[in-house]
Design a protein around this ligand. Structure first.
Ligand SMILES: Cc1cc2nc3c(=O)[nH]c(=O)nc-3n(C[C@H](O)[C@H](O)[C@H](O)COP(=O)(O)O)c2cc1C
Length: 376
């Protein structure tokens, strides 16, 4: 049992989840401002190994394990998070204007399922505040993704302009960008995944993408296979890759492969954590297969161990992200996943993580015609 699990988690779990989260971000923001605290975080958590270095969408990553969007929505704790050893960090979701989000309570833990349900609704300080913080940050130690959304009062026809406003303000400050069209907690947002709507958003963004920054699209795990299939040509043409996946509205045991408690099943919002793992890995597998391995994938959903991360990589993810696992296991999970990945690569006779990407397809006779090793 780690220090977090033994001492910090019992305290944190006595607090309302959103209060505990705000305290964690405050503590990390404070630690990030102090060089000795950053060194301590580095010595406690960071793990380096040459086999974990990788290159995706033209960016160099010290390791493939990143922080998922939603933890540091307002870019407040980036220095500490980088010191702790994340291979990359995705901040946001940020919207053009500040937004309060949905009424509280809007964040719920279900320890028996190692799950979280949230209906935060894009609470964030807006792109102005974020760009001021980012300008003060100096050089970015690891690649920084900025995840963009639209404010709740923006009608679907104006979504492309809203993404453009947020993107233009933040473009100099991020290494890659994510178009979030998959948050289930803002009415109508997931309809922006429809091909024609998404096409307009991506065209508008590429029209103002002066620095040629990679633009990813974050997908829902609840898309039907046919919807996913319909999106692949557009994604191949107009994006740099996808983040698979956001949280799920499904509570169906047949889809999730597990039955949730009555409480978790009846709480409105996006489900994350262990019950999402299989659903998100399935989406990764399908995107990799449908794109012939040509679309870089950031895999996310229910990673609690190196084996979980490795499964997503073998399904086709070039990079992976953590969120809910950190709520239950603390930052110790990060080093555990990285160290475990390096060991798994060695066990499988691989010298670089890029060699493992999509490998489960190569071994599956059913998809013998599909796989092309993804670029790493
Ligand atoms: C409390 C909470 C807030 C989140 N906020 C965002 C967000 O603002 N934007 C986003 O793209 N994803 C958001 N997510 C989704 C995560 O980035 C991730 O896709 C999802 O939780 C699955 O990964 P996990 O099972 O490791 O948590 C949020 C997740 C949680 C638990």
């Amino acid at each position: 049992m780690t220090f977090y699990e033994r001492w910090l988690r019992p305290l944190a779990f006595r607090l309302d989840p959103e209060t505990a989260h705000a305290l964690a971000v405050d503590a990390l923001a404070a630690a990030g401002a102090l060089p000795p605290a950053r060194s301590l975080l580095k010595s406690l958590y960071a793990f380096e190994h040459p086999s974990l270095r990788t290159r995706v969408a033209g960016l160099d990553f010290p390791n493939p394990v990143g922080l998922a969007a939603g933890f540091d929505k307002d870019c407040r704790a980036l220095s500490a998070l980088a010191a702790a050893g994340f291979g990359f960090i995705e901040a946001g979701t940020l919207t053009a204007e500040p937004q309060g989000g949905n009424p509280r309570p809007r964040l719920f833990r279900y320890p028996e399922s190692r799950a979280v349900v949230n209906r935060m609704g894009f609470n964030n300080d807006g792109v102005e505040a974020a760009s001021r913080r980012l300008a003060a940050l100096g050089p970015r130690p690891v690649p920084l993704g900025l995840n963009l959304g639209v404010n709740a009062d923006v009608p679907a026809e104006e979504a492309p302009a809203a993404y453009v406003r947020a993107f233009t303000r933040l473009a100099p400050h991020g290494d890659y960008f994510v178009v979030n069209v998959s948050c289930p907690n803002q009415q109508g947002l997931r309809r922006l995944q429809e091909k024609l709507r998404l096409e307009k958003i991506l065209a508008a963004l590429q029209g103002v993408n002066r620095f040629a920054k990679p633009v990813f699209v974050k997908l829902s795990p609840d898309l039907e296979l046919a919807e996913l299939e319909g999106l692949i040509p557009l994604l191949l043409e107009a994006s740099s890759g996808v983040v698979c996946t956001n949280t799920s509205l499904s509570r169906d045991p047949a889809l999730l492969g597990t039955r949730l408690s009555q409480d978790a099943a009846s709480t409105r919002g996006g489900l994350s954590g262990a019950p999402l793992r299989e659903l998100s890995t399935r989406a990764i597998r399908e995107v990799y297969r449908l794109s012939g391995g040509r679309l870089p994938i950031i895999g996310c959903g229910g990673i609690f161990s190196a084996e979980d991360a490795y499964e997503k990589i073998r399904a086709g993810a070039s990079l992976v992200q953590l969120y809910t696992g950190l709520v239950y296991r603390g930052l110790g999970l990060l080093g555990e996943v990285q160290e475990g990945l390096a060991r798994l690569l060695l066990d499988h006779g691989l010298s670089r993580v890029g060699e493992a990407v999509g490998r489960s397809h190569a071994l599956s006779p059913a998809s013998a015609d599909a796989p092309v090793p993804a670029p790493d």
